[in-house]
Design a protein around this ligand. Sequence first.
Ligand SMILES: [Zn+2]
Length: 93
Amino acid sequence: MPSYEYACGDCGPFTVHRAMQDVTPTVPCPTCDCPARRVYTAPHTRRTSPGFRRALDAQEASRHEPRVVESIPARTGRRNVTTNPLHRRLPRP
Ligand SMILES: [Zn+2]
């Protein structure tokens, strides 16, 4: 979800995260509730490795469009990720 910069005349700049179709020229200031005007800034271009960028995109997508599965994923070779005996009492899927 993109972020947009707004500036309140009394409280200063703040960032709002919303969908592109929901962007308005003014929003209420989160501190004083006065109308704050949108400020246009340079786009936040990413300079990250492709793998890290894919992980960030997947994390962001999972917030808004979580993957729905119809069965429990198959076990992989990884077992016992913890050695704490209290974790054995936790419920299993
Ligand atoms: Zn304000």
